[in-house]
Write a protein that binds this ligand. Structure first.
Ligand SMILES: Nc1ncnc2c1ncn2[C@@H]1O[C@H](COP(=O)(O)OP(=O)(O)OP(=O)(O)O)[C@@H](O)[C@H]1O
Length: 296
């Protein structure tokens, strides 16, 4: 379990993180989402010990996280591989640079390259790799020492759809064996592997999308209808808090409390409304994210 409690970080006299508190359970894959400049990279760097925070605590299984550096794998937003080195040499170089035990990680390089799907590229130079392959090499470097916690800063944002797909598949595999915290701008991608999302804005945690999803579920029903004039009349007499027409024959019902779908269907049937489809409306994470980070 990782906990971040009342974290404050100032850079050049400017407050970058304020009172940041959250926790991540073992085995979770948590998305850290926020607009540009929200403080995601700063937060992740504080968690890896690259940056020092001035107030607050970050713990890993109840101990200060700095004592657990060997259990953390980190992929920074911009990898710094040398173009002339091969994949194998790159991993060896970075393993040595981060003070890993040589005998251990040397034997592990082959297995890790296999894990990220680069086994047949071990003698390729970095300059010969595609964007997706480079990012997978970055992840290989982050998992070389078999960390318990993997921190990935924007692993997919700079990639084309093919590269994104390669990296997404890899993350989906890794989440079965490691706790992952991942910052990203691409919400659709995040929804493919994240169990939960933490939203950060202006250096503060503004909420948890899952709480909003849970609270709003069953309060809205999306209906498609064939007989619009009669439908409009029937809705006037109903108990719904709000009716929003999304297209000439589609409307969204909002209840003050959770709605009973079966009852609504029966009521509409009694009023002889021609309903072609009816279901609870599930809001997307993008919609909720934009609402949470908007200034209005
Ligand atoms: N070394 C630094 N010197 C000055 N300001 C900095 C420094 N590092 C970060 N900042 C500022 O801190 C704020 C948060 O930056 P950070 O990189 O953590 O945000 P982010 O959410 O990761 O952004 P992005 O999504 O654009 O990568 C920004 O306003 C940034 O300009």
């Amino acid at each position: 379990m990782i906990t971040v409690e009342k974290l404050h970080k100032t850079i050049k006299k400017r407050k970058i993180l304020s009172d940041v508190t959250f926790s991540v359970a073992d085995g979770e894959c948590v998305g850290l989402l926020g607009p540009n400049g929200a403080g995601k990279t700063t937060l992740l760097k504080c968690m890896t010990g690259i940056l020092q925070h001035e107030q607050g605590d970050i713990t890993f299984n109840s101990n200060p996280i700095v004592q657990h550096k060997k259990n953390i794998g980190y992929l920074s937003q911009h990898t710094d591989f040398k173009p002339w080195m091969t994949c194998e040499e790159s991993l060896f170089f970075f393993g040595k640079l981060s003070g890993l035990d040589k005998t251990f990680f040397k034997g592990n390089i082959s297995a890790v390259l296999e894990e990220v799907g680069l086994k047949d590229k071990e003698n390729y130079k970095v300059e010969q790799l595609s964007g997706g392959m480079k990012q997978r090499l970055g992840i290989a470097q982050a998992i070389l020492h078999q960390p318990l916690l993997l921190i990935l800063d924007e692993p997919v944002s700079a990639l084309d759809p093919i590269g994104r797909n390669e990296v997404k598949k890899l993350i989906a595999r890794l989440k079965k064996q490691t706790t992952i915290i991942i910052s990203t701008h691409i919400l659709d991608d995040a929804s493919e592997f994240c169990d939960r999302y933490i939203i950060i804005k202006d250096g503060m945690i503004v909420g948890n999308i899952n709480d909003v999803l849970q609270k709003s579920y069953r309060k809205q029903i999306l209906v498609k209808t064939g007989n619009v004039p009669q439908t409009s009349e029937a809705l006037k007499s109903s108990e719904f808090e709000h009716v929003e027409w999304l297209s000439p024959n589609t409307f969204l019902l909002t209840g003050a409390e959770e709605l009973d779908l079966k009852k609504v269907v029966n009521d509409f049937a009694a009023k002889e409304m021609d309903i072609t489809s009816i279901a609870f409306y599930e809001r997307g994470i993008e919609e909720i994210f934009l609402e949470m980070v908007s200034d209005t």
